[in-house]
Design a protein around this ligand. Structure first.
Ligand code: PHE
Length: 358
């Protein structure tokens, strides 16, 4: 019977000569495929008898195994080569400039919150948060707003459906419930600010049913009205980045503070435009006051020992004033053109470099 040595040499050469994975696959088909060289010889086994057939069968199986192994080796070698070639070609050029159109922007509201947090952070305040859905106690009762109090109507509250126990939760109408939660959970001295979402059933060019406030609370043994004034004057000047910004405290009323004061900043409305920091007009920007002794007692703090002040302001309002945003509603539309125009680059924190540390 014809020896297989010659065929073996030919097969191994065929495999060795394949210079790509495609060519190797062609070689495999020519050797082991349905009509391949080895397959054809195996088909011929049927014509042989006895010992001849067994011997030839074994030799062919051996050859088939050798061919498969050689193909496996060649495949791994070719894959390695292909990978190395791709890595050499696809090298990343880190010196290429970034494509500008892919830049994201920080939303004007997020930027404003970051600035507020940075300014109060410098004064030693930390940030506290609370739930958007509140119960009557935290949103109203603890803050000295009893059920029949007109402030409940004024705040156009969104109520949730009545609970099994008869209580109705609300979407918080201000960030003040977080004052209550904080006083209930930590002992004075307290020095927090609370940025967050608030909700009132109100919708026009200057009101949105969802808006943001930032609350402030300071409680200590000797905190007085002078601290309130100094802290808020400092904040207004840093936030608007105007060293001599006029700031005025006007007597006011909130159920949870006594005395209460609204804070105005100086501006001019000459010629139709609004200019902050100059002129004889005033613009109201926040509410404040000394925490009412009843509120302290409601929250488990001894009013004979502790006192402090609180303030609250609308974030949209001061963002609109600082950045000249004319329409409140555009803040939430997420129109890309608006976001690009009023947005900020990630490292653009003007108040951290300008308004602070001076
Ligand atoms: N919670 C008040 C409001 O929403 C603002 C405020 C907070 C006033 C703290 C005084 C003290 O109008």
């Amino acid at each position: 019977m014809e020896s297989l040595d010659h065929l073996r040499d030919e097969i191994l050469r065929l495999i060795r000569q394949a210079t790509s994975l495609d060519a190797l696959e062609q070689a495999r088909i020519a050797i082991l495929g349905r009509k391949g060289r080895v397959t054809e010889l195996m088909k011929g086994l049927g014509a042989l008898e006895g010992a001849d057939r067994r011997e030839r069968g074994q030799a062919l199986n051996l050859l088939k195994g050798e061919a498969e192994e050689a193909i496996g080796h060649a495949a791994r070698r070719l894959e390695d080569e292909a990978l190395r070639a791709r890595l050499a070609q696809e090298r990343v050029d880190v010196s290429l400039p970034v494509r500008a159109e892919g830049d994201g922007r920080i939303h004007a509201l997020s930027q404003t919150i970051d600035e507020i947090v940075a300014i109060f952070g410098e004064m030693g305040f930390s940030v506290a948060e609370g739930p958007d859905i509140e119960d009557d106690f935290h949103n109203f009762a603890a803050l000295n707003i009893p059920p029949e109090h007109p402030a409940r109507q004024e705040q156009d509250t969104f109520y949730l459906p009545e609970h099994r126990d008869g209580g109705r939760k609300v979407l918080r109408t201000h960030t003040s419930p977080v004052q209550v939660r904080t006083m209930q959970s930590i002992a004075p001295p307290i020095r927090i600010i609370v940025p967050g979402r608030t909700f009132r059933s109100d919708h026009d060019a200057t009101h949105s049913p969802m808006f943001h406030q930032v609350e402030g609370l300071v409680i200590d043994e000797a905190t007085h009205m002078g601290h309130l004034k100094g802290c808020l004057i400092e904040f207004c000047r840093a936030f608007f980045d105007i060293d001599d910004l006029p700031v005025r405290f006007r007597p006011s009323y909130f159920p949870f503070t006594e005395p209460s004061a609204e804070v105005d900043i100086g501006c001019s409305r000459d010629g139709g435009g609004l200019k902050i920091g100059a002129g004889g007009d005033w613009l109201e920007i926040l509410g404040s006051g000394m925490v009412h002794p009843k509120v302290l007692a409601n929250c488990g703090i001894d009013p004979a020992r502790y006192q402090g002040f609180a303030f609250g302001m609308g974030i949209e309002r001061i963002a609109m004033l600082k950045y000249g945003i004319p329409d409140l509603r555009a803040i939430y539309d997420n129109d890309l053109r608006w976001l690009r125009h009023y947005g900020f680059l990630p490292l653009d924190l003007p108040s951290m470099t300008g308004g602070l540390g001076r």
